[in-house]
Design a protein around this ligand. Structure first.
Ligand code: NAD
Ligand code: UDP
Length: 323
């Protein structure tokens, strides 16, 4: 998606040293914008952005969004928040604070600057959904007091704040509900299924299938996700979302494991582990709204995306062993 802009903007990306955030930063810079990345490096990594340090249009701020931030920008993408269950359950109070206080701080900044702000929300707002696939009109089935609640309810409250800032202060908001996304720069040890299975397969270690593996997810390649986020940000002010962004190509977790074993040529065996608490049984986005309002749909097929991710982890694991 190479496209040089005539109107260059200065854009803040919180969580810009993370997996999705760093790809978003790359794309915004390649479009000719200036980017400020604010990240506390909790789950992000300097290595995700080290190739940008000599770029005069890029600036990194080590900053925790639960504290106010004073910068001058034209747009804000608010992605700061740990996204993998292992990481967001590590310090659940901080996870809720990041979503809620982080949203209040970034909305306050957008209010002062009168600028557009996009929230990286999540399919987790639908919880363990009773409606399938999930349209944006579905209010969800979320446990408010379980192990996943710090993330799910934190993100739901952030959505509330975004819409209240719009109603009360006329802010220009965009809310993207991101479904499972994968690709290079996922943290190799963050426990998410794609990174876990690829790392296990490449190391010849047992593939850890939780439960029977009949639960489903729909996996979107990161490049498609970044395109969707930018298209949503570019919509006119009447369009706020929430808009589902994800790939509607649904598969069981068992078939994902078998696919990754096949693509890596691994001899790993599948072993079963207990299903985590409140693990959603099925998840698949209804992306009609994104197609209609953003003219967006994912284009990277699962095997292609997995092969690119496998290549990334092959190199990364070699470097980790050498270091
Ligand atoms: P990630 O963990 O790789 O990135 C999150 C980034 O936020 C990291 O760089 C981390 O250091 C930073 N961060 C965390 N807490 C912070 C804080 N208090 N202050 C500043 N920075 C902080 O995760 P990701 O997969 O890139 O997710 C990015 C966003 O997209 C998150 O908001 C996540 O909830 C959302 N999302 C992701 C997925 C997915 O499948 N990857 C799905 C749904 C929603
Ligand atoms: N999962 C699994 N083995 C793993 C990691 C995850 O079977 O090693 C399952 C997990 O139980 C869930 C699915 O894969 O059903 C997706 O998990 P992930 O943590 O990637 O995302 P989320 O549950 O937040 O969608």
């Amino acid at each position: 998606m190479v496209r040089l802009v005539d109107s260059r903007k200065r854009i803040l990306v919180t969580g810009g040293a993370g997996f999705i955030g760093s790809h978003l930063v790359d794309e915004l810079l390649s479009q000719g914008h200036e980017v400020i990345c604010a990240d506390n490096l909790f789950t992000g990594a300097k290595s995700n952005i080290e190739h940008l340090h000599s770029n005069p249009n890029f600036e990194f701020l080590r900053h925790d969004v639960t504290f106010p931030l004073y910068v001058e920008v034209d747009e804000i993408f608010n992605l700061a928040c740990p996204a993998s269950p292992v990481h967001y359950q590590h310090d659940p109070v901080q996870t809720t604070k990041t979503s809620v206080q982080g949203a209040i701080n970034m909305l306050g900044l957008a209010k002062r600057l009168k600028c557009k702000i996009l929230q990286a929300s999540t399919s987790e707002v639908y919880g363990d959904p009773l409606l399938h696939p999930q349209p944006e009109s579905y209010w969800g089935n979320v446990n408010p007091i379980g192990a996943r609640s710090c993330y799910d309810e934190g993100k739901r409250c952030a959505e509330t704040l975004f819409f209240d800032y719009r109603r009360q202060h006329g802010l220009k908001i965009k809310v993207a509900r991101i479904f499972n996304t994968y690709g290079p720069r996922m943290h190799h040890a963050d426990g998410r299924v794609v990174s876990n299975f690829i790392v296990q397969a490449l190391q010849g270690a047992p593939i850890t299938l939780y439960g029977k593996g009949q639960q489903t997810r729909s996996f979107c390649y990161v490049q498609d996700m970044v395109e969707g986020l930018i298209k949503l940000m570019e919509t006119d002010d009447a369009i706020t979302g929430p808009v589902n962004l994800g790939n509607p190509d649904e598969s069981s977790i068992r078939s994902l494991a078998e696919r990754i074993i096949g693509l890596t040529g691994s001899e790993s065996e599948i072993v079963h582990k207990p299903l985590p608490e409140d693990d959603p049984k099925q998840r698949c986005p209804d992306i009609s709204l994104a197609k209609e309002e953003l003219d967006w749909a994912p284009s990277v097929q699962i095997d292609e995306g997995l092969n690119r991710t496998i290549d990334y982890f092959r190199k990364r694991l070699t470097n980790l062993v050498v270091q």
